[in-house]
Design a binder for this molecule. Structure first.
Ligand SMILES: [Cu+2]
Length: 263
C-alpha cells in the first residue's frame, strides 16, 4: 500500500485553485452589456456553471498532479504496478456525483428557460426572415409592414420572434439579449425576448450558412414605444408574397414529410 491520501492538503489545493480560476473567469464580461430581462438570469446561470466547472477541473488537476508526483517510478524500478481491480465505493461515488451535478445543471437551466419564456398577454409578434445573407422583418400586428436589415422593437415589451428561414439554417443572435435561436427551413421557431434597455445593437447570424455568413448582420434598435410607432408608420412596404407564404406554410413543430409536397 502507498498509505493514505493527504486528503486535507489536497482539499486545500482544490479550494485554492477553484477560487483563483473563479476570480479570473467571473471577472470577464463574456456577453457584453445586458439588454433584456432574460440577461441577468442567463448570466447567473453561466456564473454558477463556471463555479461548478472550476471546482471539477480543480479536483481533476490536483488528483492528476498528486499522482504524477507521488507515484513516479523510482530509478531502476522495472516492476509492474500493483494489480488493482474494482473499488465499489469509488465507482458508486464517481457515478453518483457527476449524475447529481448534471441533473442539477439540467434542472436549473430548465427553470431559467421556463421563466424567460413565460409568455405575457400583450406580447408583440415580429416575423423574422433569414436568407443567404440577409435579415428582414415583418410586423403582422402593424398592417404587416416590412423592413430590411433593420429591426426596431419597443423597450419593455415582450416580443415573440417567429423565425422563417428561406433557404438553409441560420441562427438569430443578439448577444446583449443573450438569446440565440436557430431558423430552420420549413419550421417556425420562436424566440421570446423582453428588451429592457434602449439602444442600438447587432443581430448576428450564428449558424455557418455559406460564403457570406460572416457579414449576415442586421441593426437592432430598441426604442421608446412612441418612437417605435413613428418608425413603423414610416414603413411603406408590405411583407413580399414569397416570404408571407413561408409564414403560412412553416409548421410550428415538425416539417411535413417530404412526400406531402410531392418531392
Ligand atoms: Cu449565417
Amino acid at each position: 500500500m502507498y498509505g493514505r491520501l493527504p486528503i486535507l492538503k489536497m482539499l486545500a489545493a482544490i479550494i485554492a485553485m477553484t477560487v483563483v480560476i473563479c476570480a479570473v473567469m467571473l471577472s470577464i464580461n463574456w456577453d457584453g452589456q445586458a439588454a433584456s430581462t432574460a440577461a441577468p438570469k442567463i448570466d447567473d446561470l453561466l456564473n454558477v456553471m463556471i463555479i461548478i466547472s472550476s471546482f471539477v477541473f480543480s479536483v481533476v488537476i490536483v488528483a492528476l498532479f498528486y499522482a504524477l508526483w507521488k507515484f513516479k517510478v523510482k530509478p531502476g524500478d522495472e516492476s509492474d504496478g500493483e494489480p488493482i481491480h474494482g473499488n465499489t465505493r469509488l465507482e458508486i461515488a464517481w457515478t453518483l456525483i457527476p449524475t447529481i451535478i448534471v441533473l442539477f445543471g439540467g434542472g436549473y437551466s430548465w427553470k431559467v428557460l421556463d421563466e424567460i419564456e413565460e409568455p405575457v398577454k400583450d406580447a408583440m409578434t415580429v416575423d423574422v426572415f433569414s436568407q443567404q445573407y440577409a435579415w428582414s422583418f415583418g410586423y403582422p400586428g402593424k398592417d404587416n409592414v416590412y423592413s430590411q436589415g433593420e429591426l426596431h422593437v419597443p423597450v419593455y415589451r415582450q416580443i415573440q420572434f417567429k423565425m422563417h428561414a428561406q433557404d438553409v439554417i441560420h441562427s438569430f443572435w443578439v448577444p446583449e439579449w443573450r438569446i440565440k435561436k436557430d431558423n430552420v427551413p420549413g419550421i417556425t421557431t420562436t424566440a421570446i425576448v423582453t428588451p429592457d434597455r434602449v439602444g442600438t445593437y447587432q443581430l448576428i447570424c450564428t449558424e455557418l450558412c455559406g460564403f457570406g455568413h460572416a457579414s449576415m448582420r442586421a441593426t437592432v434598435v430598441v426604442e421608446p414605444p412612441g418612437q417605435f410607432q413613428k418608425w413603423v408608420a414610416g414603413l411603406k412596404e408590405k411583407v413580399p408574397q414569397p416570404l408571407e407564404q413561408s409564414v403560412t406554410q412553416d409548421t410550428e413543430t415538425n416539417p411535413p414529410p417530404l412526400t406531402a409536397g410531392g418531392a
